[in-house]
Design a protein around this ligand. Structure first.
Ligand SMILES: Nc1ncnc2c1ncn2[C@@H]1O[C@H](COP(=O)(O)OP(=O)(O)OP(=O)(O)O)[C@@H](O)[C@H]1O
Ligand SMILES: [Mg+2]
Length: 270
């Protein structure tokens, strides 16, 4: 079967990465030698099933954001392939990826840098509806989504710099779900939220999963969140997925030293 064939196998995972690697050539320090190579990601295989919630954990610098960006065609892997619903996904022209952007929502790691400081919150949240030509009452949809993440009309008419870090993170979440994607990918999407707002967003995500079959891929350092939100977990270490399985299996019987250390640091697990 050709790699370009737009097969739609319903048995295929919703999102599937195979053999994903990303190397960076660092700046050369000598005019006679090539710069050193950094292996940010090495041969990662990761699936997210229909309606499934997968968490990605690992220490800082282990390659979590790199994996997320290659899976989302926001970065080009040095090697490997990505499929969504069986269909190949490659970075390229926005028009060629529109089908994929419609079906996915993204909260990147630094929500402030992903919000345009000159755009009102309302317009920021409406942007995917416009960019993806989604029909319907956009204003009503934006109000509805802002309400779901606990922001008011007052916030909607303001600018990002007028918001707290947690409020900006909620704007980023609202923008990621406004067009009703099938897969929501979050890179530390709740790190700046206090416990009450976090509980509210968790409840929202659970409802979206139950009602719409939303699939989730979440990067998180927070084991409590992983336990609450994920069915499966994958552990990254130095660019490799060193362990993956159900949350219960991985957290109760961690095989890798990093996972063991992570679990040992959580006193409430048992
Ligand atoms: N543009 C780049 N150029 C060179 N090296 C990079 C670049 N982006 C990432 N890296 C390197 O790739 C590795 C993985 O980075 P990545 O951002 O994926 O880590 P992470 O697991 O998301 O970490 P954190 O938890 O701190 O967000 C790191 O060693 C990082 O320094
Ligand atoms: Mg990161």
């Amino acid at each position: 079967m050709s790699d370009d064939e737009p097969t739609r196998a319903s048995s295929a995972p919703l999102l599937s990465g195979r053999g994903l690697s990303r190397t960076y050539r660092l700046p050369r320090s000598s005019p006679f030698q090539p710069g050193p190579v950094r292996h940010a990601l090495v041969g990662a295989d990761l699936d997210v099933g229909h309606g499934e919630s997968v968490a990605l954990i690992g220490e800082s610098g282990s390659g979590k954001s790199t994996l997320v960006k290659t899976l989302l065609a926001l970065d080009t892997p040095t090697e490997g392939t990505v499929r969504f619903d069986g269909r190949p996904v490659r970075p390229g022209r926005a028009s060629a990826l529109r089908w994929f952007r419609r079906d996915t929502g993204v909260v990147l790691q630094d929500p402030y840098s992903s919000l345009d400081p000159r755009m009102r919150v309302r317009d920021t949240v409406a942007e995917p509806l416009r960019a993806l030509s989604i029909a319907g009452d956009r204003r009503a949809r934006v109000d509805e989504v802002l309400d779901r993440v606990g922001l008011t009309r007052h916030h909607a008419d303001g600018y990002p710099h007028e918001l707290s870090g947690g409020q900006r993170q909620r704007v980023a979440i609202a923008r990621a779900i406004v067009h009703r994607p099938r897969l929501l990918v979050g890179d530390e999407p709740m790190s700046a939220l206090d416990v009450t707002v976090r509980a509210q967003i968790l409840q929202l995500l659970r409802e979206l999963r139950d009602d719409l079959g939303l699939s989730l891929l979440t990067v998180s350092h927070d084991i409590g969140l992983v336990q609450h939100l994920a069915d499966r977990v994958a552990v990254l270490h130095e660019g490799r997925i060193v362990e993956q399985g159900t949350v219960d299996a991985v957290l109760r019987h961690p095989g890798h030293p990093y996972t063991r250390a992570l679990v040992a640091a959580v006193p409430t697990l048992d």
